[in-house]
Design a protein around this ligand. Structure first.
Ligand code: ADP
Ligand code: MG
Length: 350
């Protein structure tokens, strides 16, 4: 196992800089998720850790050793990709043992390692099959098996579940998390899926356009987003974000209606702000009037989409409400769950 330290790392493709000086400390044994929209630089950063891309400037250390100029195979890392990258002409057993055979390990050790990995990953019945004879989830497990037999210091995952259907994705999420609980190998996991990040990570690092926007535990970034980008990106349905201004009696919406403000906020009177409230923190009754657009039952909850001050908001309730389009509802925010962001900078004020 090993820590990974990224110091002021930049990446240029030609004259275009796509990673702008990233600092990141990943502790030994941690499960860190790099999360962000497509194109924000997640894969580039991961591939620089792996040694598959050069570092334009800055340093990457693995286990205290600078690896900028170390060949990928000498970094003691194993990478798992979205497309599994299995050898089609090799059986599962040979796919899994490939790197050990390449390293000329003794046959007894190879057999032992493959058996061990196959047991952990429930692949024992499939060792003599070819990849084409496996389901997507099984193929992904073989790719993980190939990574764990090497007993690397660091696992690197690049969107490993994106090719799986929704149900299998949820199952594999748990399996990867359990694997980490068991092996405690330092893991850097890239995804654009915020639910994957929330459910799997010890720490989430949110990237946007080659910069870190915020990092913290899943609940830290959910409960205290540092800016509008993070507020909107984490959580589904998204946080309601209402533009308006701070007035004497509270927060004034575009149509003049007022929403209450928490007692201790840092906004100035008259300041243009964005009022943030998650759908589950809006309660039915009192407060401001909204007009229902559509109601989506999910089973455990009802998601009510309604118009408030000319903007669509979402309210989540566990009550089995029967509301049709155009019905009037009153909504009040839970005051201890209100977020305020400066309208200009997007930075959090409470
Ligand atoms: P992500 O994995 O977050 O979707 P990437 O790290 O793949 O993003 O890409 C980050 C940015 O770098 C994108 O704007 C992408 O177009 C650009 N990029 C990635 N690889 C190359 C390359 N080989 N040449 C030029 N630009 C690239
Ligand atoms: Mg990518």
């Amino acid at each position: 196992m090993a820590s990974v330290t990224i110091k002021n790392v930049r990446k240029n493709y030609g004259t275009l800089e796509v990673v702008h000086g990233i600092d990141l400390a990943i502790e030994d044994g941690a499960f860190v998720v790099l999360l962000g929209p497509s194109g924000c630089g997640k894969s580039t950063l991961l591939r620089m850790i792996a040694g598959l891309e050069t570092v334009t400037s800055g340093d990457i250390d693995i286990a205290g050793r600078r690896v900028n100029d170390v060949h990928p195979k000498d970094r003691n890392i194993a990478m798992v990709f979205q497309n599994y990258a299995l050898y089609a002409h090799m059986k599962v057993r040979d796919n899994m043992s490939f790197s050990l055979r390449l390293a000329k390990r003794p046959q007894a050790e190879i057999d032992e390692k493959v058996q061990w990995a196959a047991k952990i990953l429930n692949l024992q019945p499939y060792l003599d099959r070819y990849p084409r004879e496996l389901s997507g989830g099984q193929r992904q497990r073989v790719a993980m098996g190939r990574a764990i037999v090497r007993n690397p210091a660091v696992f690197l995952f690049d969107e490993p579940l994106s090719n799986l259907d929704a149900k299998l994705r949820v199952q594999m999420r748990t399996e990867i998390k359990e694997l980490h609980e068991r092996l405690k190998t330092t893991t850097v996991y890239v995804t654009h899926d915020q639910i994957e990040a929330m459910t799997m990570a010890d720490r989430i690092v949110i990237l946007r356009d080659g910069n870190i926007e915020q990092q913290g535990t899943p609940l830290e970034v959910y409960d205290k987003p540092a800016n509008l980008f993070v507020a909107e990106f984490i959580g589904s349905p998204s946080m309601n974000l209402l533009p308006g201004e701070v007035a004497a009696g509270g927060f004034r919406l575009a149509d003049g209606a007022l929403l209450p403000l928490p007692a201790a906020h840092r906004a100035r009177p008259g300041q243009k702000v964005v009022y943030g409230i998650r759908p589950e923190h809006l309660v039915l009754g009192g407060g401001a009037r909204a007009s229902v657009n559509v109601v989506e039952p999910t089973g455990p909850e009802m998601h009510i989409y309604a118009e408030l001050a000319g903007q669509e908001i979402c309210v989540i309730t566990q009550e089995r409400v029967a509301l049709s389009r155009g019905a009037a509802i009153d909504v009040s925010p839970r005051l201890d769950r209100v977020h305020l962001f400066d309208a200009e900078s997007g930075k959090a004020l409470v």
